[in-house]
Design a protein around this ligand. Structure first.
Ligand SMILES: C[S@@+](CC[C@H](N)C(=O)[O-])C[C@H]1O[C@@H](n2cnc3c(N)ncnc32)[C@H](O)[C@@H]1O
Length: 220
């Protein structure tokens, strides 16, 4: 499990949008965490989670809580925060709504399904250093997993970085991810140009393309 392998061990861990609580269960069963606070906005997902807890006898190791993002989590409950399987825009809104996470010692593991550029941008503009990125192939789709820790310094990057993460890609799955991101950028750029729309977005997308080409060329 890609996200689990990026979680720092033996820390106060909170999983947001836990659904079946598979990630918390994996962390406990593999000795990565001693206990986990598993949160979800909905009751139904937490009923799914309850089944997982019962199946693996984890009732005393995983606490379930209804919470919209991190709103019902207090700062002293979290060192390690995982958010997986949501869109990147929602994910960055959840992080934005919890300004207390901007403190030393907080480590995030984030696996956005879409719009990973929103997540990288939020992190870098809010004092989080992206320390690790891995890509994973799941049922034919490629996703990235981002590890970041708060350092409270200026971590801003060029816009292109927010789309691709570190270039060049380090393996075949990362290369696939970069290809997917580039294709999204190209499709949007072409559509806007074809419609004769000259907006700031066109300029930004062209910059993202230029960033990709510059970085790939400098490595070849
Ligand atoms: C696709 S599931 C992902 C489950 C699991 N994290 C995974 O990666 O397999 C997304 C979950 O996020 C929950 N969710 C959506 N918005 C949320 C929010 N604002 N706060 C907490 N959970 C949320 C949904 O109820 C759902 O259970």
């Amino acid at each position: 499990m890609c996200a689990a392998s990026m979680v720092k061990a033996h820390r106060k861990t909170v999983d947001i949008g836990t659904d079946h609580a598979y990630l918390p269960a994996y962390l406990i069963l593999n000795g990565i965490a001693e206990d986990v606070l598993a949160c979800d906005i909905g009751i139904k997902p937490l009923l799914n989670a309850e089944k997982t807890l019962k199946a693996y006898s984890l009732e005393d190791k995983i606490r379930l809580r209804v919470s919209d993002g991190l709103k019902k989590v207090s700062p002293d409950e979290a060192q390690e925060i995982t958010i997986c399987g949501m869109g990147g825009t929602l994910m960055s809104d959840i992080l934005k709504d919890a300004p207390w996470i901007k403190k030393n010692g907080i480590h995030l593991v984030l696996q956005p399904m879409t719009h990973s550029e929103d997540v990288r941008r939020f992190l870098c503009e809010n004092g989080f250093l992206i320390t690790e990125e891995n890509c994973v192939l799941d049922t034919g789709r490629v996703y990235c997993c981002i590890g970041a820790e708060f350092i409270g310094e200026d971590c801003t990057e060029e816009t292109g970085f927010y789309y691709f993460g570190t270039l060049p890609p380090k393996d075949d799955i990362s290369a696939e991810y970069v290809k997917k991101q580039l294709s999204r950028v190209n499709i949007k750029l072409q559509a806007l140009k074809k419609a004769g729309i000259e907006t700031e977005e066109v300029i930004m997308l062209q910059e993202v393309k230029d960033y990709y080409e510059k970085r790939m060329q400098s490595e070849s």
